[in-house]
Structures are given as structure tokens and as C-alpha cells.
Design a protein around this ligand. Structure first.
Ligand code: FE2
Ligand code: FE2
Length: 190
């Protein structure tokens, strides 16, 4: 039997986060392509549930990372930055709840298992040594979330407007989060 040529995946480069982001995006895109193959059905429920479970894992990892950063924030400006981390953690939890609820509405089950959580997530759990590192890591995670939500929204299109509207609402908040983090970083560069 002929072996079908398997696309060799690039190894994640350590030290630069941009390559990691690229691989994560490719992974998210792969599932979208699988779903698009289905014909004659408005939305492929299984694919939508799978995408939502990946988004759920991403949100949970973001909650955990922001909580860690909140408790570990110290130094100049720590108080105002920590307050921002705490607010983001709360909002990411809200997103996780919305997504879980939608998964159930679609007849699926929210995967909240800690096993494999970080590999299901698009964004990473990076602790960061300094306040600036923490903010940068959070910004990277937000940018990953923004791109994956945009891709999900584009995939779902008009096929499932309820899920799409929910994702659009979440995306708008992730964009605000990214903006908040850029402003915080600016405060350190003055
Ligand atoms: Fe979120
Ligand atoms: Fe966010």
C-alpha cells in the first residue's frame, strides 16, 4: 500500500513566539477544512462542537494564566496591572461559560477535563518572570484567540447565526483585552 505523503509539520521554534502562533493557527485551520468538506448541511454540528471545545480549552487556559499573573504581579505598577489581570480572568471565565452552554445546546458535551487541556487550547500557559513578560505573554495569547475566533466566525458564516453572534461578542472582548495590554506595555516604555 502506498503511503500517502504526510505533510511534515514545522517544529515549534523555541525563543520566538511567532512560530508557535503559526503552528497553532494551522492546527485550528485543519479542523475547519475538515468541516467544510461536508455538503448539503448548513452547519456541521460535530465540527462546530469540536471548534467550540477548543475555544473552551483556550478560555480555561487564559483564566488560569491570568489568575497566576494576578497573584504573582509585583513591583512598580503591580496593583493596577494586577487589577487588569483579575478583570480579564473573570471575563475569560464568562466566555468559557457561554461556550459551554452553547456546546450543550448543540447536543455536545463541554470538555472540561484537565487531561490534555493545554494541548486542546490554542493559547499557551506561560508564567512569565516579570510584570512586562506577563503582559507580553497575555498579549500573545489574546492575539492567538483573536485569530482563532475570526477563523471560526468565517467558517460558521451564515450557517449557525447563534454560535456566530456569540463568537463575535467574545471576539470584541478579546480585542479590548489586547488593547488594554498594549496600553499597559506602553506605560512601561515611557
Ligand atoms: Fe476570552
Ligand atoms: Fe481575552
Amino acid at each position: 500500500m502506498q503511503t500517502v505523503g504526510k505533510k511534515t509539520e514545522e517544529m515549534p521554534a523555541t525563543g520566538t513566539f511567532m512560530t508557535d502562533v503559526k503552528i497553532l493557527r494551522e492546527r485550528a485551520r485543519k479542523h475547519i477544512e475538515q468541516g467544510a468538506v461536508t455538503e448539503g448541511y448548513q452547519a456541521d454540528r460535530k465540527v462546530v462542537i469540536k471548534l467550540l471545545n477548543e475555544a473552551l480549552a483556550t478560555e480555561i487556559v487564559c483564566v488560569l494564566r491570568y489568575k497566576r499573573h494576578y497573584f504573582m504581579a509585583e513591583g512598580i505598577n503591580a496593583e493596577s496591572v494586577a487589577a487588569e489581570f483579575a478583570q480579564h480572568a473573570t471575563e475569560e471565565q464568562g466566555h468559557a461559560d457561554l461556550i459551554s452552554q452553547r456546546i450543550v445546546q448543540l447536543g455536545g458535551e463541554p470538555n472540561l477535563s484537565p487531561d490534555g487541556l493545554s494541548s486542546r487550547s490554542h493559547s499557551e500557559y506561560v508564567e512569565g518572570d516579570t510584570l512586562v513578560d506577563m503582559i507580553k505573554e497575555d498579549l500573545v495569547a489574546e492575539r492567538i484567540a483573536i485569530d482563532s475566533y475570526k477563523e471560526m466566525i468565517a467558517y460558521i458564516g451564515a450557517k449557525d447565526s447563534t454560535t456566530r453572534r456569540m463568537l463575535e461578542g467574545i471576539l470584541a472582548v478579546e480585542e479590548e483585552h489586547a488593547d488594554d495590554l498594549v496600553s499597559l506595555l506602553g506605560g512601561f516604555q515611557k
